[in-house]
Design a protein around this ligand. Sequence first.
Ligand code: SF4
Ligand code: SF4
Length: 214
Amino acid sequence: MAKDLSKTQWHGIPRENIPWYPTVNADACIGCELCYVTCGREVYEIELQDNKRRKARVERPYNCMVGCSTCAVVCPTEAIRFPSRDIVWKAEREYKIFKIVHAEAQAKRDKAGAMAERQKAEEQLSSTPTRASVRIAGVFGEKQFLIKLQHLIKDRPFDIVNLQLHVPTLQGLSENTPAYMDFEVTSTSQEDVTPFLSELRAVVADNDLVWVER
Ligand code: SF4
Ligand code: SF4
């Protein structure tokens, strides 16, 4: 359903106090519908006259943006007219709108600044590595490596998930045959996991295990 903008304000002035809107000369209108599709404010409707001729009709005059005259510019037959621009200038002077305009301009800059900050934060977040896959190889045997991992993540915003120990043979395990372990490091608070990975590398080295680069 079309929106009625007649009760809105133009820089503090009730919209209905500014008679800026188009009128259509029906005789000159050839029903091309360009005004109807051009106007983004649903000012126009198209009606069928005698069940065959299309004519543009101004249905919601106060939806028209004060100062806009695009539809008149594009109308191929100059069927659309606007009042003199004097009425806009008169309204600007009478209502002393520029204090409001400056406040609106500042709000616009603030909003643009906030949007830019938000976009920057989102870009930063999307480029922050918050998850990493890790493969470690070696003899795990009696090292209690998992317990050391548990200590490492205790009370910290990191977790270790999807942990899998790949053992070539069970018999081999008791004979200290090398195995490898896969897991993922994740941040539980969207933090960069890179510094944590450095700590993890140190624990791996201390346990005579090998960090497999992939
Ligand atoms: S653009 Fe002009 S000619 Fe075309 S429908 Fe609108 S008023 Fe009529
Ligand atoms: S002047 Fe602009 S806002 Fe007003 S009716 Fe024409 S296209 Fe729509």
